[in-house]
Design a protein around this ligand. Structure first.
Ligand SMILES: NC(=O)c1ccc[n+]([C@@H]2O[C@H](COP(=O)([O-])OP(=O)(O)OC[C@H]3O[C@@H](n4cnc5c(N)ncnc54)[C@H](O)[C@@H]3O)[C@@H](O)[C@H]2O)c1
Length: 441
């Protein structure tokens, strides 16, 4: 309990006198901060990127999701204050850390952002507060990395303040689910920590799922993402085998999915993208290695999925050869630069890997993605700089590769405009391919 403060955190949550600070205003932190403000909490959104804060203060979301209308209302209510001034954290009763957890160039966890956000929280730490880590990471991070940073203040976790871990389950671009209607797993190492964390998150979301420790909550998130990574790699492997046997994996999955129990459909693709599924499993495999256990499934899934862009390009080379053409010198259009449909996010997008591979093999590469009009700098490609404005206008192309099936694409028009299409998502399947132009890969 805070010195001179009569009420415990759950009571201050209930009467909304508790102030919230969200550290990191990206894909995860911003929707959470907006939800907290909408639920009546004074909410400071702290981000080290001044540019990001200025963008939000002027009512713009940038490429990140969640509606600008929500942002405008939250700013107008006076309850949401984005800032780059660390001093504004001093009032907070609940700190929620939503900063990036990338891999470094050796595919090892980079906890630098978590450490620096933890240090900022430590500088503002007072008795009676709750610190929640939401960044995806390996089991043990909260206890082994975050708590020691916070305890450097002389305050003791579980006695003077509480700590919890609560993984984020945002699904950008999915209109059915947002922060408030996705069940939220919350783990803490003390009974009081679980009670405080449950009280706080119950005020924001419709369902809280408490677990017995921070580690269990961290492991839950990793399980969810390893499950996706392994199953996607499995169908990708089957796709390659079945293709050599003349079997269409899409037809097979459609049939298998009619089984009413014991089967969940996963779909093949050109590789895995996004910030989570290609990255998070390696947080666990790194941790496993450090305790002398190997995470064989995770490593194998990563390898299979990383091989997919090469496989797709190989299929294009074969299809061109069958038509008496060579990949070298061919003009190839990549359809969809984002890593998933209907979002502008290109992080780890397999489209970038496909384009790099095509260029290395001498193809002339362009891309079409109305959601990503400019090539992002982190894509590692100096050209092309921009999306073509229209496929018909920029043609003729020797081939197209459908990497991401945006719902805004006019598939009939693309089919008419391109002489050969390598389709990694079965997006052209429903057109029936009357002219024999489509190769699934
Ligand atoms: N994007 C998703 O869909 C998603 C889903 C589930 C979990 N996650 C996890 O959530 C975490 C955050 O991901 P994101 O997609 O929101 O990242 P993001 O890159 O969109 O945003 C992170 C923000 O944190 C800011 N930041 C960096 N260091 C900071 C610090 N020390 N203090 C304050 N702000 C800081 C950055 O400027 C940036 O604006 C990651 O661990 C990620 O794995 C993301």
């Amino acid at each position: 309990m805070r010195r001179g403060e009569a009420k415990e955190l759950p009571d201050r949550v209930a009467d909304r006198s508790a102030a919230v600070a969200v550290l990191g205003l990206g894909y995860v932190g911003l929707p959470l901060a907006l939800t907290a403000a909408e639920k009546g909490f004074r909410t400071v959104g702290f981000d080290v990127s001044r540019r990001r804060v200025e963008e939000l203060l002027s009512g713009r979301m940038g490429v990140k999701t969640a509606g600008e209308e929500r942002l405008r209302k939250a700013l107008e209510s006076g309850l949401f204050r984005p800032t780059w001034e660390e001093a504004e954290l001093r009032e907070a009763d609940v700190f929620v850390i939503c900063v990036p957890t990338p891999l470094d160039r050796y595919r090892r966890p980079d906890l630098g952002y978590v450490r620096s956000a933890g240090e900022a929280a430590a500088r503002a730490l007072r008795p009676g507060v709750l610190v929640s880590l939401e960044s995806t990471t390996y089991p043990g991070t909260t206890e082994e990395v975050l708590v020691p940073l916070l305890e450097k203040t002389g305050l003791v976790a579980g006695e003077d303040f509480e700590v919890c871990y609560s993984p984020e389950r945002e699904d950008p671009g999915n209109p059915r689910y947002s922060t408030s209607n996705i069940p939220k797993v919350v783990g803490a190492d003390t009974e009081r920590g679980r009670r405080w964390a449950t009280a706080f998150y119950s005020a924001l979301v419709s369902e809280v799922v408490p677990v017995s420790s921070c580690k269990a909550a961290e492991a839950t998130k990793i399980l969810e993402n390893v499950y996706r990574a392994v199953n996607i790699s499995l169908v990708n492997e089957l796709k390659v085998i079945y293709e050599r046997m003349g079997i269409d994996i899409w037809e097979v999955i459609r049939a298998a999915a009619t089984k009413p129990f014991g089967f969940q459909a996963f779909y093949p693709g050109p590789g895995m993208g996004g910030h989570c599924v290609p990255v998070d499993p390696f947080y666990l495999s790194h941790k496993a290695k450090s305790i002398g256990v190997s995470a064989r499934f995770i490593e194998l899934a990563g390898k299979i999925n990383r091989d997919m862009p090469g496989y797709v390009v190989e299929r294009l080379g074969e299809a061109l050869a069958e038509r008496g053409k060579e990949l070298r010198g061919s003009r190839v259009l990549v359809l969809g630069l984002a890593y998933k449909p209907d979002v502008p996010d290109t992080r780890e997008s397999p489209a970038l890997a496909v384009m790099r591979k095509l260029k290395r093999l001498g193809a002339r590469v362009e891309y079409y993605d109305p959601l990503v009009p400019e090539m992002p700098e982190e894509g590692g490609l100096r050209s092309p700089r921009r999306s073509v404005e229209s496929v018909e206008g920029a043609g003729p192309f020797d081939a197209g590769i459908l990497v991401t099936a945006h719902s805004s694409f006019d598939y009939e028009a693309l089919y008419r405009a391109l002489p050969l299409i390598v389709d990694t998502r079965n997006a052209f399947g429903r057109l029936g391919d009357p002219e024999g132009k489509v190769v699934k890969a």
